[in-house]
Design a protein around this ligand. Structure first.
Ligand code: TXA
Ligand code: MG
Length: 343
């Protein structure tokens, strides 16, 4: 398949021909990748089973992993759900548009393969002018997972999307690098106390400021439990080489680098700029500062993608504090890792 590629200036979305063309493809049941404030999404008409099937095919995504429905204004939400509970209303008011997905009971309007047969649907209003304009002009709710090949790190640039999906999708709208860097927070709002199913761009602390108590899905902490966000059980975010998460200080980290190097591994290192100055290794990639986890989130997937199997056999990665957006960062790194190396 020929993949159309459009570059868009965020300031000019109002007059963009590219948006008109991308929207026309979506109306013809094709799939198109577009930027959001979190990561790039791969969109299709959420009311069309045929269109949504193409998302699963292009990504190689398991069919039992439901998709988030993207809308352009808050008024649209009621078209797809049975009701909006009071706490969800508060969240919508406080965080939409923004990196929050609310899970509510759906009313059957959305195609069944979007929700993987569940009684609920995830809804999100992206805070990105290109995403919103594309949804508006298409006149469609857009089902959209992250626009990566299933199992790989999510895409934060159009180049990442191109590398994974060129030839497999009808179009890629390049609106520059995304802002937040990690995906939206997925929050189950079907119960009295909302439950975070996937930590993301809106932090637990921010949610609690608006709502009081918010719970974390116990499956996020324990590896044995079946996670309730179906997608959380699959391999995710994997770089080309195995990633091992290191829990320990600089001396311990250096000892591990030396040990694996002696064992014959080409060792890559993914760390903050503070830790980088204390380590010696052949390949060191810096993913931000310990003092600014927001920046680590922004650079996370791009750094994971920068390690090439031709250069490294293993990647040793720093562990970050699980506070604020650090919770999402550590959730992704833990899922990306095949081993935890502890002191
Ligand atoms: O920031 C984001 O959320 C990005 C951008 C493109 O919007 N999208 C994204 O989609 O990350 P995806 O498909 O990669 O992840 C969606 C997550 C999965 O873990 C999925 O299982 C969960 O949301 N999910 C979707 N619908 C759900 C539902 N009805 N109940 C529980 N979990 C759901
Ligand atoms: Mg994804």
């Amino acid at each position: 398949m020929e993949t159309n590629y459009w570059q868009i200036d965020q300031q000019q979305v109002g007059q963009s021909q590219a948006i008109e063309q991308a929207a026309a493809l979506l109306q013809q049941q094709q799939v198109v990748a577009f930027p959001t404030e979190t990561v790039y999404g791969l969109g299709a008409d959420a009311t069309s089973k045929q269109a949504v099937d193409k998302i699963f095919q292009a990504k190689g995504r398991p069919a039992d992993n439901p998709l988030i429905v993207h809308i352009a204004n808050r008024e649209q939400i009621k078209e797809y759900v049975t009701s909006i509970p009071a706490h969800a209303e508060k969240l919508i008011e406080a965080f939409m548009p923004g990196p929050l997905t609310v899970i509510l009971e759906h009313n059957g309007t959305i195609a069944k393969n979007v929700t993987a047969g569940l009684s609920t649907v995830g809804i999100r209003m992206p805070d990105h002018p290109v995403a919103r304009r594309l949804i508006e002009v298409s006149g469609l709710p857009l089902a959209a997972p992250s626009a990566n090949q299933s199992g790989k790190p999510s895409p934060t640039t159009a180049k990442h999307v191109y590398d994974d999906l060129n030839g497999r999708v009808a179009g890629i709208v390049d609106g520059g690098p995304t802002g937040v860097g990690v995906e939206s927070t997925v929050l189950d709002c079907t119960q009295d106390i909302p439950v975070i199913l996937r930590p993301g761009g809106i932090t637990k602390e921010e949610l609690e400021e608006v709502l009081g108590t918010v719970m974390l899905d116990p499956a996020l902490a324990k590896t044995g439990d079946k996670p309730r966000a179906p997608g959380m059980k699959y391999t995710h975010y994997e770089p080309e080489a195995p990633l091992w998460l290191v829990k320990g200080d600089a001396a311990f980290f250096q000892a591990k680098i030396d040990q694996y190097r002696e064992q014959g591994y080409k060792v890559g290192v993914m760390v903050s700029k503070e830790l980088a100055t204390q380590l010696q290794a052949e390949t060191i990639k810096v993913c931000g500062s310990q003092a600014d986890l927001t920046q680590v989130a922004v650079q996370l997937y791009d750094t994971l993608r920068a390690f090439k199997i031709s250069d490294v056999d293993i990647i040793l990665c720093e562990s970050f504090p699980e506070q604020g957006v650090g919770q999402a960062v550590m959730n992704r790194l833990t899922k990306a890792s095949s081993r935890i190396v502890r002191n």
